[in-house]
Design a protein around this ligand. Structure first.
Ligand code: PLP
Length: 389
């Protein structure tokens, strides 16, 4: 059996979520749940009711009103829609065309902003982070100009798990009347998210990162924030996200969001304890250091830098021994080049960087097996020259 320690890449579907989704997929189990939620007849109304229940669940999990919750096809779409939509609407209203973000954002944010700059005439400032992987609020706020229309700072990083100081950044941006967008895909269910107190105006989630289904996301958009749509069509989701709604997926997203928040009080300390056990086991091998702040960090993430080993060789050796981990983000694996996040914190390309992320299904036995395999793989690689190409 594979020991799965890559929960930042994706998480297994929780059986409770699967059970809630099943009637929406299986006509034998519950006939007549396949209607289009936009249809006005009885079949449509049944589906619509389920969508609205899921919207209520997500809204409650985020502490916002249901009207502020829009369903998308994932985190990537939610980030794209938020940034492009806010930027277009703000420029049209004559409020400016400058964006601010950080160097460690997910590519869904960085590449959206790059595209706005390269093809749409916007300008942007990408703010560096410290070697601890945390952005300095003063440095970020110094990048805000009179014509800045949106600042995008992730709640927590997907590679190194560092939690960003939105509690300081958000209120300062609110005072300046600049919209804050946050990619909370990794933070949701693992760290506090105070939408109201922090003045978050737009926020992205992805259901498959919190034991929900793949291909479903959430864009939380404050009611009075003007955006232009990416997709044009039937005008679903307040006219922001046209397209027939994915009822089974959205039902799953709703229950998954409810469970993630309900379980946080027990799950966060459990994950932190597992991560602590893992980290001390990994470090016992020698010359293994933690990438990113130990304090401002998601509880499930141990991204380590290993001396004397090649990263790809170590990852392949761990894979052969049944340990599923990652070097950076899942989208980057196999891609050529060093992770932009590791580069931003000044990590060395000569060392191996391995991301271990625990989750709801992780046990102490998994951690102990991972430590034993890591010890064997690193020892063997170092003995054979590190596995460098
Ligand atoms: N943002 C972050 C921080 C992520 O980790 C991911 C997924 O890896 C995404 C966005 C994209 O989410 P999705 O896979 O739902 O498109």
């Amino acid at each position: 059996m594979t020991v799965y320690l890559d929960h930042a890449a994706t998480t297994p579907l929780d059986p409770r979520v699967r059970d809630a989704m099943r009637p929406w997929l299986d006509d034998d189990q519950a006939p007549g749940r396949w209607g289009n939620p936009s249809s006005t007849h009885a079949l449509g109304r049944i589906a619509r009711e389920a969508i609205e229940t899921a919207r209520d669940q997500v809204a409650a999990a985020l502490g916002v009103t249901p009207l502020e919750v829009l369903f998308t096809a994932g985190g990537t779409e939610a980030d794209n829609q938020a940034l492009k939509g806010i930027a277009w609407a703000a420029r049209e209203a004559g409020r400016g065309s400058h964006l601010v973000t950080t160097a460690i954002e997910h590519h869904a944010v960085l590449d959206s902003i790059d595209w706005l700059v390269a093809h749409q005439g916007f300008s942007a400032t990408v703010v560096a982070v410290g070697t601890d992987g945390v952005v300095d609020p003063e440095r970020l706020l110094a990048a805000v100009q009179a014509d800045t229309v949106v600042v995008s700072v992730m709640a927590a990083n997907n590679e190194i798990g560092t939690v960003q100081p939105l509690d300081v950044i958000g209120p300062a941006l609110r005072e300046r009347h600049v919209a804050l967008h946050t990619d909370a895909v990794q933070a949701f269910g693992r760290a506090p998210l105070e939408v109201d107190a922090w003045g978050i105006r737009a926020l992205a989630l992805s259901a498959h990162k919190f034991n929900g289904p793949k291909g479903v996301g959430v864009l939380m958009l404050r009611r009075d924030l003007a955006v232009q749509p990416l997709l044009h069509g039937g005008g679903q989701e307040r006219g922001v996200r046209s397209g027939t709604l994915n009822a089974p997926g959205i039902v799953g997203c709703g229950i998954a969001a409810e469970l993630a928040v309900a379980d946080m009080a027990t799950e966060v300390p459990r994950l932190a304890a597992l991560r602590g056990r893992l980290l001390s086991g990994l470090q016992a091998v020698g010359d293994v250091t933690l990438n990113g702040s130990a304090a401002a960090r998601l509880p499930h993430n141990a991204n380590v830098s290993v001396g004397g080993c090649d990263g790809e060789a170590l990852l392949a050796a761990l894979d052969r021994s049944g340990i599923a981990v990652s070097t950076g983000s899942a989208c980057q694996s196999g891609a050529v080049g060093f992770s932009h996040v590791l580069e931003a914190i000044g990590a060395s390309e000569d060392r191996a960087h391995v991301r271990f992320t625990c989750g709801r299904t992780t046990t102490e036995a998994d951690i102990d097996k991972a430590i034993a395999s890591f010890t064997d793989c690193v020892t063997a690689l170092r003995a054979s020259g590190g596995g460098y190409l």
